[in-house]
Design a protein around this ligand. Structure first.
Ligand code: MD3
Ligand code: FE
Length: 201
């Protein structure tokens, strides 16, 4: 369903429990090849509370030098593993007319992790939507407008929900204010995984 006239669609419970379980297994199976790393903030070098990894041709990262896409893992130097078919198929189903994504960012939130309000603007073509998949504990997601400091709306994102950001909302400020611990049994140690698919190049 459309949750904002600007173009944000939320498909609640899009993935069955079996599909969620398979997707978590697919993500886990690639964490040896592409371990979670701790991004740091541009300039300050302060650690983010969210740990990340990527699949696909290129991956998003942040360190004291800034935000960027790069083809190698920042810690291991290895190329990112291919995007699992179970993840790609969600894009094919919802965005059949769009080019396939070349970047799959995996964010892992423990129960204390958050992500401050930001815009995603490191991709080349903002006309291609972003697709986000939530797995594990419920998160409180905040979505604002395209200018910092404007009014914001909050939504809960639960395991199996899929969100599409397109149109003017593609450049909206957004962030994760909090995780609700114990709201899902999907991840054995709790926490939340968010998988975002993008065409970055
Ligand atoms: C709104 N991740 O990785 S996903 C990110 O839940 C990010 O981990 C959050 O923001 C998370 O950059 C939110 C939902 C999302 C993704 C991309 C967007 C919302 C967006 C791009 C534009 C506007
Ligand atoms: Fe973002």
């Amino acid at each position: 369903m459309l949750i904002r006239p600007g173009g944000t669609e939320l498909y609640t419970d899009y993935l069955s429990l079996a599909a969620q379980t398979d997707m978590v297994a697919a993500v886990r199976s690639l964490l040896n090849a592409a371990p979670l790393y701790t991004p740091t903030m541009p300039r300050t070098g302060k650690s983010m509370s969210v740990r990340m990894t990527n699949f696909g041709k290129t991956g998003w990262m942040s360190d004291h030098k800034g935000y960027r896409y790069q083809v190698n893992h920042p810690d291991t130097g290895a190329p990112w593993p291919d995007i699992p078919e179970s993840i790609l198929s969600v894009w094919r189903d919802l965005l059949p007319d769009q080019p396939l994504p070349d970047a799959c960012l995996v964010n892992f939130y423990d129960q204390d992790a958050k992500m401050g309000l930001h815009q995603d603007r490191d991709e080349q073509d903002f006309s291609v939507p972003v697709l986000s998949i939530s797995l594990g504990d419920t998160a409180l997601f905040r979505l604002g407008g395209t200018k910092r400091g404007g009014k914001t709306q909050s939504f809960r994102l639960s395991s199996g929900d899929v969100m599409l950001l397109r149109g003017e909302d593609r450049l909206a400020f957004h962030g994760i204010d909090r995780i609700y611990p114990g709201t899902s049994q999907l991840l054995k140690n709790g926490g939340r995984i968010n998988v975002t698919l993008r065409k970055a190049l």
